[in-house]
Design a protein around this ligand. Structure first.
Ligand SMILES: [Fe+2]
Length: 218
């Protein structure tokens, strides 16, 4: 099979059902190997190094070019008190976005993703609800927040965080709050791997920077 076609040269048996999956959306997650005590630390290098390793592990598993590595564009902390939530949004400019849960009490709000294929929402079939629906056909998926868990998802993938409905603690009791870190990653050239000439653009003959035009003739 070629990269962008489904042309197959081999003979396939006739009158046989084939099912192929295309345009998959990846969501990765890891559980941090050590106890979750970040909120007691005065510095974050321990976590950040682990995060970069996991992002680069993911990028390698995706087949990204080895001359590139993950570059953290930004990173911030979230404290979600009772009833606080994040409405659906994307992260413009981010290749990959992620969240790391530091503290996540019961019912403190799941991470919600929806099928990014807008066209797929325009027609809904009559499903047999007596059968378990194949997860490939789910229209939304929820991730429970788990302390110590890192989740990476494409920055373009619409997501939302449910309200923190933890009722176990008083609303001013921080044990009922959800603490998390969020971050955005793009790609950059690994040091020493920068090209002398910019790589070829999208059938345009190659990308160019404005300063490359300064000394050119009319
Ligand atoms: Fe987000």
């Amino acid at each position: 099979m070629d990269q962008h076609t489904n042309n197959k040269l081999e003979q396939r048996p006739r009158d046989t059902l084939f099912r192929e999956q295309w345009f998959a959306t990846q969501i990765f997650y890891w559980d941090h190997p050590t106890p979750v005590d970040m909120h007691h630390r005065s510095e974050y290098n321990h976590f950040t190094k682990w995060l970069f390793a996991k992002v680069n592990e993911m990028m390698e598993s995706m087949g990204y070019h080895p001359n590139f590595e993950g570059f953290c564009d930004n990173m911030w902390a979230n404290i979600n008190k009772r009833y606080s939530h994040n409405r659906n949004h994307v992260h413009p400019g981010a290749l990959w976005s992620g969240v790391y849960y530091i503290q996540a009490p019961k019912d403190s709000g799941r991470l919600w993703f929806t099928d990014p294929r807008g066209e797929a929402h325009t027609m809904v079939p009559h499903w047999d609800n007596k059968k378990t629906r194949d997860r490939d056909f789910w229209r939304e998926v929820y991730y429970e927040p788990v302390p110590g868990r890192l989740i990476l998802f494409p920055g373009w993938l619409t997501h939302e965080v449910e309200p923190n409905l933890n009722e176990e603690f008083d609303k001013e009791d921080s044990r009922g709050w959800r603490y998390s870190l969020s971050f955005n990653f793009v790609q950059r050239y690994k040091p020493g791997k920068e090209p002398v000439k910019q790589p070829k653009g999208h059938n345009s003959g190659g990308g160019v920077f404005a300063d490359e035009l300064e000394n050119t003739d009319e």
